[in-house]
Design a binder for this molecule. Structure first.
Ligand code: ADP
Ligand code: MN
Length: 255
């Protein structure tokens, strides 16, 4: 188990050990001075008391466990330095909610973080199970931790889908895609067995990773919806679910 340390102690240690190892270089990539300041701001608001271990290192963001007031939280930090941001720009620029965002890399990343926060809120309003967002500041998004103890719930890929439970999972996931589309006017845009967690107690799917989710006005929203549907149908095919992507696509659009 990972020890949860106070942010300031942890950061001081990082400074001392700076350049000591490659691992720390990676850490430094995430915790640049501006990001540290942002974490202090959030910490001063009393939202996070301490930062815990790393949950995930992705292409654009790192996710960490954090200790909140009375429960664990997940902190997603978009890296300013090593972000694959060209694709971000395309998503942001097609979204009418972000018409006035300046085009500097930093500002695009901040808008992206805010977009993920708002997308999660919209998903919740539409009745889709996602982590509840708590605060977003610059490139940092704090949200409900979907896990137990210090372990995240498994991704759908690791959640033990089988021929018996596949239909229930598939139906709920299809329902969520539809609710997102019809009630939130959103398309997830990166839906797959990796961006769905499963609560092992309720067997409930949880959509995550909504930074790239777009509104229906986005020029590629239909393309993204088709791709999301195809990914899900492809995944469930192995478990005996035989669904036609085009049919699901038109059902969702007709509702
Ligand atoms: P990325 O853009 O790097 O794929 P994700 O949002 O998909 O970022 O998060 C990466 C991983 O971190 C997820 O697969 C999941 O295991 C974990 N994770 C993300 N958000 C949460 C959360 N709110 N609670 C628990 N684990 C999370
Ligand atoms: Mn992801």
């Amino acid at each position: 188990t990972r020890k949860v340390e106070r942010i300031d102690t942890q950061v001081d240690e990082m400074r001392v050990r700076r350049k000591d190892s490659n691992a720390l270089k990676v850490i430094e990539n995430v915790f640049d001075d501006a990001t540290l300041k942002t974490l202090y701001t959030i910490s001063n608001k009393g939202i996070i008391k301490a930062l815990g271990g790393s949950i995930s290192t992705g292409k654009e963001a790192n996710v960490f466990l954090a200790e909140g007031e009375d429960r664990n939280l997940a902190v997603k930090i978009y890296r300013i330095s090593s972000s694959t941001f060209n694709s971000m720009e395309e998503y942001i620029l097609g979204d009418p909610r972000f018409r006035n965002v300046r085009h500097s890399k930093r500002d695009i990343i901040f808008a992206w973080t805010k977009k993920e926060h708002r997308n999660l809120e919209r998903a919740i309003e539409a009745g889709v199970k996602v982590p509840v967002p708590i605060i977003s500041e610059r490139n940092v998004l704090v949200m409900e931790f979907m896990g137990e103890g210090e372990r995240s719930y498994p991704q759908l890929k690791e959640a033990g889908v089988n021929k018996e439970n596949a239909r229930a999972f598939f139906d709920t996931i299809s329902k969520y895609i539809e609710l997102l589309y019809t009630k939130a006017n959103l398309v997830h845009g990166d839906l797959s067995e990796y961006n769905i967690l499963v609560d092992p107690h309720t067997q409930e799917p949880i959509f995550i990773d909504m930074g790239q989710s777009v509104t229906l006005e986005h020029p590629k929203s239909q393309e993204f919806l088709r791709r999301d549907i195809e990914n899900i149908i492809r995944y469930f095919k192995k478990y005996g679910i035989d669904a036609d992507p085009e049919k699901l696509y038109s059902t969702i659009r007709e509702i």
